[in-house]
Design a binder for this molecule. Structure first.
Ligand SMILES: *Cc1c(COP(=O)(O)O)cnc(C)c1O
Length: 438
């Protein structure tokens, strides 16, 4: 049969490897006003002076750079390909039909990540720079486990060692994910551990101490500070992390360009802001510099609705080791109830996203803590499209579906772009529990 006259509906928009973006987008010079810099608290040691000990030199440089475009090193571009980039943009035709919406829905497939989340985009960059700078080992903390897995993977590809301090309350039951990190050769410790001063004090008092992200961060930093061959890595919140993640949005822009469309709505879930920022900031650049009109929505949990907090200077960690950052925060020592989308459970939002939120460029929605509504929407997506999203990504999907249903009522044919930050193959127990699957 001749294929000349066959018309196929487009469901997947791909880029060739040659079309992989060669630069990251740095939004700092395009922000409506300068980003308030990090600062020191009034008492105690200078956290700012300690920054060069904590962060990779190249990342620190990127953190404050005002260059709009930062070249992605050639070798890293090649590693991005190895990680499956560029990733397709899908048209959710089945989902649209099921919802009966006139909206056109498109989703970006970060679920194709080797470890299951978008976090590999910055993990690979940080491991690359660490190796360039002669480090032999990376240290970090992890909460839900996605970041620890991403860094373990990136370290492994770069031939570096990796030590992960994992909040004990999660470490002790996510055996498969721990095994995944160990397969990459990482050393994984429940935190608080007896390997650091910070950890030991707590561990000796209570060997079953549940730990917290703040404690685990302190352990990762202390470990790296004591070993000149080791460097600490952070997976969200900071400017350079969001910038590494702009590879997601830059690809998506090129994909929309290919089909002659442009999104009216850009949606993603938000914990610290890295996948939302990575997806949305290139489009935000169009709004700020080209007069484009786009509505941005950050989907959150009522367990940690940090964008509804206060816009003020606060610490990024529980233990107050970091400088103060100007951000939307719920308070750095506020305890937040656990949820299945645990990657969204963080007290503060990245300074860049916070500034844009303060200036009215970003809307937010927070879904109920029991996650029933979110997971029910995710199930609709799974049944229509077949991909299994991470619990965090389910928030992005829920928000996109809600917006598509609004279009159904108004009859508007909006173009909705949403990001699916990861897959949920290690999170079936969470789905089973929330949806009551027998
Ligand atoms: C960590 C994580 C998030 C939340 O973190 P951000 O920095 O806000 O992106 C969202 N989705 C997945 C899959 C994650 O692993």
């Amino acid at each position: 049969m001749s294929s000349v006259n066959r018309k196929m509906q487009r469901r997947q928009i791909t880029l060739t490897t040659d079309e992989l973006p060669k630069r990251w987008y740095n939004i700092l010079p395009d922000l409506p006003e300068p980003l308030p810099p990090p600062k020191d608290p009034e008492t105690g040691e200078s956290r700012l002076k300690a920054l060069p000990e904590i962060l990779l030199a190249e990342c620190l440089k990127q953190e404050f750079s005002t260059d709009r475009w930062i070249d992605i090193p050639d070798e890293l571009l090649s590693i991005y390909q190895q990680a499956g980039r560029p990733r397709p943009l899908f048209r959710a035709l089945n989902l649209e039909k099921r919802l009966g919406t006139p909206a056109k829905m498109y989703y970006k497939s970060e679920f194709y990540s080797p470890t299951g989340s978008h976090k590999v985009n910055t993990a690979l960059a940080q491991a690359f720079y660490a190796r360039e700078q002669g480090f032999a080992r990376l240290t970090t903390e992890t909460g839900a486990g996605q970041w620890g897995t991403a860094l373990a993977y990136a370290a492994s590809l770069a031939n570096l060692k990796c030590t992960v301090y994992w909040v004990r309350a999660v470490h002790d039951w996510k055996n498969d994910r721990r095994g995944f990190m160990q397969l990459f050769g990482a050393e994984v410790y429940a935190s608080p551990s007896n390997l650091t001063e910070v950890g030991r004090k707590l561990y000796e008092k209570d060997r079953n101490h549940p730990g917290s992200l703040g404690i685990a961060i302190s352990e990762g930093i202390e470990d790296a500070k004591k070993d000149k061959n080791a460097i600490y890595c952070l997976g969200s919140v900071l400017n350079h992390v969001l910038m590494h993640q702009t590879i997601i949005g830059l690809e998506t822009q090129a994909q929309f360009e290919k089909i002659g469309e442009y999104p009216d709505l850009v949606i993603s879930c938000l914990g610290g802001g890295s996948n939302f920022g990575g997806f949305a900031l290139p489009f935000m650049g169009d709004v700020l510099t080209k007069g484009k009109k786009v509505k941005f929505i950050a989907a959150q949990s009522q367990a940690a609705p940090n964008l509804q907090g206060e816009y003020k200077y606060d610490f990024a960690d529980h233990g107050e080791l970091t400088p103060l950052l100007k951000m939307y925060t719920l308070g750095h020592q506020t305890s937040l109830p656990p949820i299945k989308g645990d990657g969204l459970r963080y007290h503060g939002c990245s300074p860049i996203i916070s500034l844009l939120r303060d200036k009215g460029y970003i809307d937010t929605v927070a879904y109920p803590q029991d996650e029933k509504q979110v997971f029910a929407h995710a199930r609709t997506f799974i049944q229509a499209e077949g991909f299994l999203p991470a619990p965090e990504s389910a928030y992005s999907i829920a928000c996109a579906i809600d917006e598509a249903l609004k279009c159904k009522q108004t009859g508007e044919e909006k173009v909705i772009a949403f990001n699916i930050s990861g897959h949920g193959f290690m999170d079936i127990p969470g789905y089973r529990e929330v949806l009551g699957l027998k």
